[in-house]
Design a protein around this ligand. Structure first.
Ligand code: COA
Length: 149
């Protein structure tokens, strides 16, 4: 397995893979080009999945993460998520569809916490949960942990 930067001619493949799964908010070539776009390859060079992130203020924002259909349920998302979490920032943030239990469970297993619900976040009107993972060296992290929601 190898995680590497996506090459521009692969952007349409990633977009196609997303459009098989999501019915709105599909990534664009510009997203792939402007943000950090990584793919996970197997030994034969097959793309198993990808993620896109970018830095926004003090946060590394996970724009999308996806494992292609037949490769799911084998733990590969952990490889991509752990690669994303090595990007230094005070915290890591993301939005996830409120009904996406698999992804929510995955993020919570990496200490992401549900911050709030954003109604009609997606273009198709569906709701999202905003999630955040505080870094250990973030002075606000301890404050955050002591709060009750
Ligand atoms: C979300 C996604 C990336 C997870 O990848 P995956 O290959 O299915 O999951 P993995 O096999 O890597 O498992 C990683 C973790 O996901 C969670 N998970 C996986 N399958 C699950 C299921 N059926 N039910 C609940 N949790 C599940 C678990 O937390 C699991 O960790 P564990 O094995 O320690 O329990 C993948 O399902 C996907 O690409 N979905 C479509 C795109 C998407 O929804 N992306 C998220 C956008 S915010």
């Amino acid at each position: 397995m190898i995680i590497r930067k996506a090459i521009s001619y692969e952007y349409p493949i990633l977009i196609e893979n997303e459009s098989r799964v999501f019915d709105s908010d599909i990534i664009t070539k510009e997203d792939c080009r402007n943000f950090n776009t990584y793919v996970l390859d197997d030994e034969e060079g097959n793309i198993l999945g990808h993620y896109i992130s970018y830095i926004e203020e003090n946060s590394s924002y996970l724009f999308t993460i996806l494992i292609n259909g037949s490769y799911r349920g084998k733990g590969f998302s952990n490889l991509l998520l752990e690669h994303y979490l090595t990007q230094e920032s005070l915290n890591h943030t993301l939005h996830v569809n409120i009904d996406n239990y698999v992804a929510i469970h995955l993020y919570e297993s990496y200490d992401f916490r549900q911050i709030n619900i954003i109604r009609h976040f997606y273009e198709n009107g569906e709701d999202a949960i905003f999630m955040r993972r505080e870094n250990e060296n973030n002075p606000e992290a301890n404050l955050w942990r002591s709060r009750k929601f």
